[in-house]
Design a protein around this ligand. Structure first.
Ligand SMILES: NC(=O)C1=CN([C@@H]2O[C@H](COP(=O)(O)OP(=O)(O)OC[C@H]3O[C@@H](n4cnc5c(N)ncnc54)[C@H](O)[C@@H]3O)[C@@H](O)[C@H]2O)C=CC1
Ligand SMILES: Nc1nc(=O)c2c([nH]1)NC[C@@H]1CN(c3ccc(C(=O)N[C@@H](CCC(=O)O)C(=O)O)cc3)CN21
Length: 295
């Protein structure tokens, strides 16, 4: 079913993001995580897209299996990295054949270690180029795009970035998933600014339960998100005293509070960056389902 339609329901939801495992031997373990997380009743499950299209094939196969074998509602990521008309067209036809109704249209990241993005094609330079192409040739798909509460690192300022977002929606995007953030005020300010410039589509907050400090720092170095000073010093402290398990525990507690507060203040649901790990998400879900009025 199209996510645009699923989002018309009023109850708060969880959705989940996975990445295709690097190597085929990890697939059984990966699908075991998917099976465990199916119990959360996610509204949809997204699957990322490898650099240079290297795992385009894997993304397609995984979303197909999620739909056909696990009865989940998949959202396939697609980026401009390594894009050309033929490659994008064949990916989108593959989705249509598999009965997958949803795509997240992204520009993509520069290769590791590089800070600027060099487009591989004239035609696909920005997320909006993908949105327009999909809307024209695959009009049945529901399309999501990324939004940046703290602005995209390459954007000159907040207003410019918001204008780009407005353009992506004008090209046909149905919903927005945000970049990860750790201060909920940044999300609610972003939603208010988006509404003020006429962006009316649902804006789903993307939440990362921190599980590993080095990985968090790597991610922060290129994604443009910030961590409140006190939270970062607490993470450094538990890492020093208790190691990675301390970081996981603190990250889990922080994510639970963040999610509770988001839903209390009217966010439509939460998109979790799972990092393909079941336990943390199951724990968050227990908390989530204890909220009043939820099953
Ligand atoms: N859920 C997820 O997986 C998320 C992924 N991301 C990642 O972030 C990366 C960036 O992708 P998008 O946000 O889709 O890129 P985008 O093309 O929408 O924006 C990228 C940068 O280009 C600027 N820009 C956009 N259109 C422009 C235009 N017409 N002229 C000049 N500048 C323009 C934007 O302001 C921004 O600074 C992707 O790699 C994506 O994987 C980001 C957030 C969430
Ligand atoms: N610019 C950008 N690129 C992305 O790919 C991206 C975003 N932003 N924002 C939303 C999500 C969040 N993403 C994330 C977040 C954390 C890790 C991470 O911690 N990775 C670990 C490896 C995890 C594992 O293999 O178990 C690492 O060590 O980097 C990865 C992707 C991917 N997405």
């Amino acid at each position: 079913m199209r996510i645009a339609q699923l989002l018309q329901r009023q109850e708060p939801f969880l959705s989940l993001e996975f990445f295709p495992p690097k190597d085929r031997a990890q697939w059984p373990g990966f699908f075991d995580v998917v099976r465990q997380l199916r119990d959360l009743g996610p509204l949809f499950c997204s699957v990322t897209y490898g650099a240079g299209g290297s795992t385009q094939h894997n993304t397609l196969e995984i979303v197909t299996r999620m739909k056909q074998e696990y009865g989940l509602e998949p959202l396939a990521h697609l980026t401009c990295v390594g894009a050309d008309r033929a490659r994008i067209g064949s990916f989108l036809s593959g989705l249509a054949q598999a009965g997958v109704d949803n795509v997240l249209a992204l520009r993509g990241d520069p290769p590791r270690g590089e800070s600027t993005f060099t487009p591989d094609s004239e035609e696909f330079q920005h997320g909006s180029d993908l949105v327009s192409f999909i809307r024209q040739d695959f009009s049945d798909l529901s399309i999501g795009v990324a939004g940046y509460p703290e602005k995209h690192p390459e954007a000159p300022n907040m207003d410019d970035d918001l204008e780009r977002l407005r353009h992506k929606v004008a090209c046909g995007a149905d919903f927005i998933i945000t970049q990860l953030f750790f201060d909920n005020d940044a999300y609610f300010d972003f939603v208010a600014r988006a509404r003020a410039v006429g962006i009316g589509v649902p804006i789903i907050p993307g939440i990362l339960p921190v599980q590993n400090l080095a990985a968090l720092k790597r991610m922060l170095s290129f994604c443009g998100a910030s961590v409140p000073g006190e939270y970062m010093s607490d993470l450094e402290h538990v890492h020093k005293v208790y190691g990675e398990s301390g970081v996981r525990g603190l990250g889990l507690g922080y994510a639970k509070n963040q999610i509770r507060n988001l839903l209390d203040r009217g966010a439509p649901g939460v998109h979790l960056y799972t990092l393909n790990k079941a336990d943390t998400c199951l724990d968050i879900w227990k908390d989530f389902s204890r909220r009043d009025g939820l099953k």
